[in-house]
Design a protein around this ligand. Structure first.
Ligand SMILES: [Zn+2]
Length: 215
């Protein structure tokens, strides 16, 4: 209680300097500095994801440009949660019709504890707030896996095989798997396959960013 009061008083006396979510430069208002806002406007476009074969629909809201990369990095590894609002916006814009549930790509509880939040879940919550489509945590990790970013494409596939399990009724549903970045599509494919095997009628993939042309 005393600590909370102290903290409130401190932030009142010394308001935090606002910094650009992408490059860290000081900004007077908003979340991105001027050059990053400019870069951002050119980066918001629907990118088709071709590496998730089993998905009925797979798109990213943004191409993986420098400004997007930095922002996702700060979002994920420095826990800058406000970035979720900005990242979710282009995702909302390209949402397909008729989706009944947003399925976050689950983190293993150990990784979630370490990170403090699940970046996919937070994106789902933002999309839900904007569209009214509910979040359905239908998948769970049954095995701890190495971080995909550290592996080559072949090992990524092996790394995630069989690591997901459906933990909610999904039969006959139209679902959208939501993630921050889809790169080789191994994790997203694993999610899609599990949901389809459990009887989902239609499964799409929606992510914030996808590196175009990279397999
Ligand atoms: Zn910036």
């Amino acid at each position: 209680m005393v600590e909370a009061l102290k903290e409130a008083l401190y932030s009142l006396l010394f308001p935090k300097e606002t910094r650009c979510l992408a490059c860290g430069a000081p900004v007077r208002s908003g979340e991105l500095c001027e050059p990053c806002t400019h870069a951002w406007l050119h980066t918001a476009q629907a990118i088709r994801i071709s590496c998730v074969d089993s998905a009925d629909w797979a798109y990213a809201g943004l191409s993986y440009t420098q400004v997007v990369r930095s922002m996702i990095h700060r979002y994920k590894y420095e826990c800058v949660r406000t970035a979720a609002d900005i990242l979710a916006e282009p995702m909302v814009r390209i949402m397909p019709d008729g989706v009944q549930g947003l399925v976050p790509v689950p983190l293993h509880p150990r990784r979630e504890r370490w990170r403090g939040f699940n970046q996919s879940e937070l994106l789902c919550e933002r999309i839900c707030a904007a569209t009214g489509v509910s979040v359905l945590p239908a998948l769970s990790r049954v095995r701890f896996t190495r971080e995909q970013a550290l592996l080559d494409p072949k090992s990524r596939e092996r790394n995630v095989r069989g690591c997901m399990q459906v933990c909610a009724p999904v039969y006959g549903m139209r679902l959208l798997v939501v993630d921050d970045v889809v790169t080789t599509g191994s994790t997203a494919s694993e999610c899609v396959n599990e949901l389809l095997n459990a009887g989902a009628a239609w499964v799409g993939v929606l992510c914030a960013a996808h590196p175009m042309g990279r397999k």
